[in-house]
Write a protein that binds this ligand. Structure first.
Ligand code: FAD
Length: 694
């Protein structure tokens, strides 16, 4: 069975039936706020509990790669409006300042839908916070509770306990409490460990650097990210806030620096900084020397391997709590945002609270593999350069496409669709398959079975006696035979007009078929089944022709079908591009009692799907049976023996695709009309019970 989904599914209909979810988010960092916005936009009530007062985010810059920028734009946030700078140049120097390479990153970025940006963390955080809590925008504003440290979580019933002892319960608790997550311990004993590296972070004004002539070369380009590499340490410098600030990240071995308690935001020392980069390009050292020591921060970079589970019954981890990131590829914040948008997408408006545990499982399926792969690539790209090896820049660039060329919103949406359609026992697929299962007479766009009992039908038929020896030539294999050895057999033209069909938006269409009666099919095991063989059918609408041919295996063709009737007469004219080829007429119709259908009214036909590039061979061919439909509600039934059938096979020019069929039907003599009938009522068989005989 295919695993995929249709292009749309109706969350609005679901929304009307269910209440919004109450979601509690722990932590108002990049991951927590993105999650809150995404869930708010899905219509849920979100409360964020943040332990700090959020007086200020850590003042540093952050890469906003295309995969993160796309999410921000999806959530209505334009980071460039808050001063984020486009990453345009990637320049690399050796430790001593020799020019190694420059990559035109703007050129590289042209293939990405969203720009690669360099944002100020405070600006980005403020944008996220404002968007979350704004009274404008989709969904109810997020309630942000600062100075609200969460000290415990009941991961099965969704209750959190704050430091002041108060409890709050929700349908879902999202722990976005960062690298030193307390909540993570609910799922694993694993904790992050020192990676062996520290990072100094600070910013200087670009104008100050430009004022020093020997620095102009390295700082003047707009949107330029500059690297100085040594085997075990590096300096990364890039601009942000409308190109007015230069941000520095200086990663180097951890030589037991004292005073660091493994948290963010340790105080750095300028002298140590300069000493750490002794022997580096004098321009780099000059830039490092410009730091305002009070703003110099030093981080111990922590790392943690994959954990097995990111979720429990009503609880999940996002961001660094689930997958702490080293900074080497600028993807930690981006992956936290991907987690957030994934949750918002997998829990759309209308999600019932009882569905939360299953959606969390799906969330892990969407996110874990990718986040951990990016985490591992990041880890590898931060490794020291072995003697004789070149630096890892080439390696880093190789993974840029994987990192940046991803849209988690689209990915999660598709995973949700796959999941929702897998929930439906069976759904029909037919071409084009790129858009998921096909809505049709038997299933709606969500894969639900169609209700057809209220649809209307008028069926007219002429049953007549004709030559069995001619008819039998229409049977596709020797497994089909006539029950009787008589040379006179019965056949019918049956025409139906349908109306009030849900799958056609309440509309209808006409069709007619040629049926042979008294047929038996003998299976390979000797068992026989009895019914009527449908040799050909014409319809005046493309949709049922396609669904009937592909899903059921009916031999359907197109014709214009004109129907006229009075209280006691009926006529039908079938034509192709103006060439009438069959006319049926019933006159002097009188009301009488309808006969109930019997099991022998079931219909046989033969499905044949030609093989591409292999004329004369089939990819599929097998006998089909449509069992007798359950009783319809017949409102009126008329009968007559005054019927007329006239055919006109024209020539190949007038009927270029039908001449061979109509000329064969024209050969059939009408020995005697058995009866003509008109029945009208409600209840239309969707043919969902059609099956392959063997
Ligand atoms: C030096 C360095 C440079 C980096 N550069 C980049 C970069 O350029 N690009 C990038 O994408 N990523 C970068 N990262 C990684 C990125 O910063 C993180 O991956 C990202 O911030 C993770 O977001 P988060 O929301 O999971 O956690 P955080 O941003 O750490 O937020 C966690 C929040 O939870 C709160 N909290 C914690 N415990 C509790 C509690 N018990 N109750 C309530 N609140 C609590 C905290 O106060 C905090 O506000 C860098 C990381 C480092 C160390």
């Amino acid at each position: 069975m295919r695993e995929y989904v249709p292009s749309s599914f109706d969350t609005n209909a679901l929304a009307a039936k269910t209440r919004a979810l109450n979601v509690l988010v722990i932590g108002a960092g990049l991951g927590g706020l993105t999650t809150a916005i995404a869930l708010r936009r899905a219509g849920h009530n979100v409360t964020v509990f943040e332990k700090s007062r959020l007086a200020s985010e850590f003042g540093a810059a952050i890469n906003v790669p295309p995969n993160a920028n796309g999410i921000l734009l999806h959530l209505g946030i334009d980071a460039t409006a808050a001063g984020a700078v486009e990453f345009k140049w990637f320049t690399e120097y050796s430790k001593t300042g020799d020019y190694v390479r420059v990559n035109d990153f703007a050129q590289r970025s042209r293939g990405w839908q969203h720009k690669y940006l360099l944002a100020h963390r405070v600006d980005l955080h403020t944008q996220l916070k404002d968007t979350a809590t704004s009274s404008k925008g989709l969904g109810p504003p997020v309630e942000l509770k600062t100075a609200s440290e969460v000290v415990d979580v009941d991961i099965n019933n969704g209750t959190i306990t704050l430091k002041d002892g108060s409890n709050t319960q929700g349908d879902l608790v999202v722990a976005a409490d960062g690298i030193h997550s307390r909540c993570r311990s609910k799922l694993t004993d694993q904790r992050p460990n020192p990676s062996g590296h520290l990072a100094y972070r600070f910013m200087i004004k670009k104008a100050d650097a430009l004022a020093i002539p020997e620095l102009v070369d390295v700082v003047e380009k707009t949107g330029e990210l500059v690297f100085w590499f040594d085997v075990d340490r590096r300096i990364v410098m890039y601009p942000t806030r409308n190109d007015s600030i230069l941000n520095f990240v200086c990663i180097h071995p951890d030589q037991g620096t004292v005073g660091l308690d493994d948290t963010w935001n340790g105080q750095g020392n300028r002298e140590d900084l300069i000493k750490t980069y002794e022997g580096f390009d004098p321009r780099a050292l000059r830039l490092l020397g410009m730091v305002d020591e009070s703003t110099l921060k030093v981080w111990r970079l922590m790392d943690m391997g994959p954990i097995e589970k990111w979720y429990a019954e009503r609880f999940c981890l996002v961001g660094d709590a689930a997958h702490p990131f080293l900074p080497h590829q600028g993807q930690g914040g981006a992956q936290a945002m991907e987690d957030g948008v994934s949750l918002g997408t997998l829990l759309p408006r209308g999600t019932d609270p009882s569905e939360v545990p299953a959606r969390l499982k799906l969330y892990q399926r969407c996110r874990k593999e990718r986040a951990e792969f990016v985490q591992e690539v990041t880890r590898q790209s931060g490794k020291n350069i072995e003697p004789g090896q070149k630096n890892n820049i080439a390696k880093v660039m190789k993974f840029f496409d994987y990192n940046c060329g991803h849209d988690e919103y689209h990915h999660s949406l598709n995973e949700l669709r796959k999941y929702q359609f897998k929930e439906q026992a069976k759904v029909y697929w037919r071409m084009p398959i790129s858009f998921g299962p096909y809505p049709g007479p038997r299933q709606d766009a969500q894969g639900h079975i169609r209700e057809t009992s209220h649809s209307n039908f008028i069926t007219r038929s002429i049953r007549f006696k004709t030559s069995r020896t001619l008819l039998q030539n229409f049977l596709p294999t020797t497994a089909y035979t006539f029950l009787s050895g008589d040379t006179i057999a019965e056949a019918s033209y049956i025409q139906t007009t349908l109306d009030n069909m849900d799958w056609l938006g309440g509309r209808g269409y006409n069709y007619f078929g040629f049926y042979m009666h008294g047929i038996q099919y003998k299976k390979k095991d000797g068992e026989t089944v009895v019914g009527n063989y449908l040799a050909v059918m014409w319809e005046d609408l493309t949709d049922p022709i396609l669904s009937g041919r592909e899903e059921v295996g009916f031999p359907k063709l197109f014709a214009d079908i004109a129907v006229e009737h009075t209280a006691s007469t009926y006529s039908m004219q079938a034509s192709w591009r103006g060439a009438g080829f069959l006319k049926l007429e019933l006159n002097d119709l009188v009301a009488c009692e309808a006969c109930p259908p019997t099991s022998e009214d079931q219909v046989f036909t033969y499905k044949y799907v030609p093989s591409t590039g292999n004329p004369g061979f089939a990819d599929a061919e097998y006998p089909i049976c449509v069992p007798t439909p359950s009783a319809k509600e017949i409102k009126s039934f008329l009968q007559t023996s005054k019927c007329n059938i006239s055919t006109n096979a024209h020539d190949w020019k007038a009927l270029p695709t039908l001449h061979h069929i109509v000329s064969r039907l024209s050969e059939l003599p009408v020995y005697e009309v058995v009866k003509g009938t008109v029945s009208e009522g409600t209840g239309v068989d969707s043919l969902a019970s059609a099956y392959r005989i063997e």
